[in-house]
Design a binder for this molecule. Structure first.
Ligand code: ZN
Length: 290
């Protein structure tokens, strides 16, 4: 069975929950599961290189059978081997094909060339899309609220504020209706001009300012249109989250899933915890929805 030569076409960036494709490849794994690769899919996989958004839950429908997808990860192949969730290169590296690996416990009846429909769980998808959308908005609000703590010129975010999020982010985890971001406030950030010593005393004020801004954006509701800009349909193509915020459109590179607008949300709030010993700032974002 030959390995896929091109990327899986992914339709989840536009919000699709269901798709129909053709089985291109099946790869048995050491743990007894099987990775099923289709030419196109609506199923969002986790990217082990930057595992911010968890995979969708859902099923494959093949030959009248409904097969639970127990996990979904980004796979990569250079034509010699298929790396399932342990690619030695970043997603998008030229010369590699990036594919969605749908992992199933029992691949009985799934054959190369078969037609396979994909159905992702809509509740989980909406919860994670809300969490991911809120995560981006929270990062912009945090950049805004921390702007006064910068003493030197640094790269700016999409709203023209010093890009604290981009410069300090260590990890990001998308949760159902929320997210947790960890920022490293180490020597290099201080050298770039971040007044870390002032942060403990300013934390309450910064949190409040960010939450006021988030409340303004949530109040704009469906006026805040959100879309994904992308150069092509392949999994490895670069994608950008774009939000029409009051004051102008903002773009952030992102491969995840998102809401189409802020309609239906009643609040997005952040909470900040600064651990001076660990030099780490934790931002917990929560979404309240109708
Ligand atoms: Zn995103």
């Amino acid at each position: 069975m030959s390995l896929p030569a091109g990327d899986t076409v992914v339709t989840y960036p536009d919000g699709d929950l269901a798709s129909t494709g053709t089985v291109l490849h099946l790869q048995p794994l050491d743990d007894g599961r099987t990775a099923v690769i289709l030419d196109r899919t609506a199923f969002h996989p986790v990217d082990p290189v930057w595992p911010d958004q968890p995979a969708d839950a859902g099923v494959l429908l093949v030959g009248g059978r409904s097969v639970p997808v127990v996990a979904a990860v980004v796979g990569a192949t250079d034509g010699t081997a298929l790396h399932v969730g342990d690619a030695p290169v970043r997603t998008g590296t030229p010369g590699w094909a990036f594919v969605v690996c749908h992992l199933v416990d029992d691949a009985t009846g799934i054959e190369q060339g078969a037609t396979a429909a994909v159905e992702a769980d809509p509740e989980l998808r909406r919860a994670l899309s809300a969490g991911h959308t809120a995560c981006h908005l929270a990062s912009l609000a945090l950049d805004d609220a921390l702007a006064a703590l910068w003493t030197k010129e640094v790269p700016l975010d999409g709203r023209g504020r010093p890009a604290f999020d981009q410069l300090a982010i260590a990890s990001s985890r998308i949760l159902p209706y929320g997210s947790v971001d960890e920022y490293r406030i180490g020597k290099s950030l201080r050298k770039k001009g971040f007044a870390a010593a002032e942060l403990p005393a300013a934390l309450g004020e910064v949190t409040e300012a960010a939450n006021v801004l988030l409340a303004q954006w949530v109040a704009a509701g469906d006026d805040v249109a959100i879309s994904i800009e992308r150069d092509g349909g392949g999994l490895g193509e670069r994608r950008r989250w774009r939000a029409d915020l009051p004051g102008g459109a903002v773009e952030i590179p992102c491969g995840g899933t998102h809401l189409r607008s802020l309609a239906g949300l009643s609040a997005i709030r952040i909470q900040l915890d600064y651990d001076t010993g660990e030099s780490s700032l934790t931002m917990r974002t929560t979404v309240e929805h109708v």
